[in-house]
Design a protein around this ligand. Structure first.
Ligand SMILES: CC(C)(COP(=O)(O)OP(=O)(O)OC[C@H]1O[C@@H](n2cnc3c(N)ncnc32)[C@H](O)[C@@H]1OP(=O)(O)O)[C@@H](O)C(=O)NCCC(=O)NCCS
Length: 229
């Protein structure tokens, strides 16, 4: 239904059960994305979950991600849609590891942003990512997200606490990107041409900001178009 350059986002259907079950029961796939305890899911659990993904009334909406020739590659969606503040959190999982690093994830995030801003009329889309998840951080930066801060020791996983990196994109920032079709530039003049925003975020993870971490700069305010003049 919603198509990008490499993927299509569509509603889940019962025939996805085997793919979904395989994906959620693959620890190495979900260890980066699940924030709660990772426990085995049964076919009943997942069939019930699939059946719940067709209603906006729950305040969330999940899409299956498939390639343009119809191969299921994972899922993504809006979690915690806040209609009053026009904000939503998103999440994504390319469940088949062999399909990662091929541009499907970033294309799905771009399509999700288009749905969120151009269809749902959101003002802001946010997400959190566990420290050190470089693939995800690079993916979100490539899609125009900025780092907004970090939540220290927010998640317990594999016998240790980890920070969560908070990232977000505003509607005006997205509109600027789509208008000019330009890749997001995250560099700051003060940081020089070789500034790598991902390294700055990944490098920030172990240390608190007051220990020398560097936050990504937001796009300049001038790049944002006022909606009301
Ligand atoms: C994170 C995820 C959605 C990214 O999707 P993807 O299809 O693998 O990524 P893409 O191929 O679209 O690449 C996006 C960017 O990430 C980079 N990237 C991809 N895999 C990477 C890896 N293993 N290490 C470092 N960078 C990587 C790409 O180079 C690209 O950056 P660029 O645009 O600057 O070149 C996917 O890897 C995934 O589902 N991982 C497991 C679950 C997860 O981490 N979910 C996110 C939780 S917040």
């Amino acid at each position: 239904m919603y198509t990008g350059k490499k993927v299509r986002l569509r509603a889940y259907r019962p025939a996805d059960l085997d793919d979904v079950l395989r994906q959620v029961n693959d620890y190495m796939s979900v260890r980066h994305s699940a924030l709660g305890p990772i426990l085995p899911a049964t076919p009943d659990d997942e069939m019930r979950w699939i059946g719940q993904q067709t209603s906006m009334t729950r305040g969330e909406y999940q899409f299956a991600i498939e390639t343009l020739n119809g191969q299921y590659v994972g899922g993504c969606g809006f979690q915690h849609v806040d209609w009053k503040n026009r904000a939503a959190h998103i999440g994504i999982l390319i469940g088949n590891a062999a399909m990662r690093g091929k541009g499907y994830g970033s294309d799905a995030i771009r399509v999700l942003c288009r749905i969120g801003f151009a269809e749902m009329n959101l003002h802001k889309i946010s997400l959190t990512v566990i420290e050190g998840n470089e693939a995800a951080i690079r993916c979100y930066i490539a899609c125009g997200f900025s780092m907004e801060g970090k939540l220290r020791d927010e998640i317990f996983r594999e016998d240790a606490y980890h920070d969560l990196i908070a990232m977000g994109i505003l509607r005006d920032e997205w509109r600027t990107r789509s208008e000019f079709q330009a890749p997001m530039q995250m560099e700051s003049p003060a940081q020089g041409d070789d500034f790598d925003p991902v390294s700055s975020i990944v490098g920030l993870c172990p240390a608190a900001p007051n220990k020398g971490g560097t936050f990504c700069p937001r796009p300049t305010p001038a790049a944002r178009t006022p909606l009301i003049k």
